[in-house]
Design a protein around this ligand. Structure first.
Ligand code: ADP
Ligand code: MG
Length: 229
């Protein structure tokens, strides 16, 4: 037991350090960005506009890395509540639909008959957001993202299917490796977060990918905690 407590305290400390570092680094970055934006608009510096754009982009990317890293490093205890996954997704869906439409894409939610499960709303919301955003980012215009829930054997399954370009075979094994990204502005921290959240829920993530798109499956066990269907 003593060992467990020290481990927990250590994790807590790492989380606090990470949050502190993020905060400390972000403040000066905000200042730098502000000055860059100001200089960017100066007439006599116009020849350097591309450099300013680049510097601001890189600052934004650094900021994104800090945000993703912080949600990963946060060792907040889970707030597990038995609830309807479909309700959670229904709420999230409005947001995702707006996201999709603004990019000329579609998002559909097909809820299936599933029992309530024990989940942390914030964490599962993060997980779905990250999978959905990856799906949207992989698709060209007119693409459609489909989120489904259904039962299969003893699992409650949540799937996020896209009509994107698929994942190269040599990249499949790298999914979930921190900082692995094929995107110019990617952080490579989205999937590691998904895997860590799934892990904390005793859920598994499976991937199916081909030239017509990719589907991520999150398999929740039907028996979560003391819940038996
Ligand atoms: P990021 O989105 O910042 O690149 P992620 O951890 O979310 O980081 O994803 C890592 C990489 O996995 C992506 O850069 C991409 O190459 C690949 N990937 C993830 N989801 C998909 C998807 N739905 N379709 C195609 N590639 C994907
Ligand atoms: Mg991502």
């Amino acid at each position: 037991l003593e060992c467990e407590v020290t481990k927990l305290e250590r994790l807590n400390l790492i989380g606090q350090l990470a949050a502190g570092l993020g905060h400390e680094v972000r403040n000066p970055m905000t200042t730098i960005k502000g000055f860059l934006q100001m200089l960017q608009d100066k007439e006599d510096l116009h020849t350097y506009k591309n450099y300013f754009d680049l510097m601001i982009d890189e600052l934004d990317r650094t900021n994104a890395i800090i945000t993703d890293f912080l949600s990963l490093a946060k060792n907040k205890p889970k707030e597990i509540q038995r609830q309807s996954l479909n309700n959670l997704l229904e709420n999230l869906y409005t947001l995702l639909q707006a996201d999709a439409y603004s990019q000329g894409k579609k998002c559909i939610f097909e809820p299936g008959e599933i029992p309530d499960i024990d989940i942390d709303v914030n964490e599962i919301t993060q997980l779905v957001l990250n999978l959905a955003r990856n799906g949207l980012e992989a698709m060209s215009q007119d693409g459609c993202l489909i989120i489904r829930t259904f039962m299969e054997g003893s699992n409650i399954i949540l799937s996020v299917q896209d009509e994107g370009k698929g994942i190269d075979t040599e990249h499949l094994t790298k999914l979930g490796t921190p900082f692995f990204t094929t995107k110019e502005n990617g952080t490579g921290l989205g999937l590691p977060l998904c895997y860590s959240i799934a892990d904390r829920h005793n859920a598994q993530i499976e991937v199916e990918s081909g030239p017509n798109g990719t589907t991520f499956y999150v398999l929740f066990p039907k028996t979560v905690g003391s819940y038996i269907v």
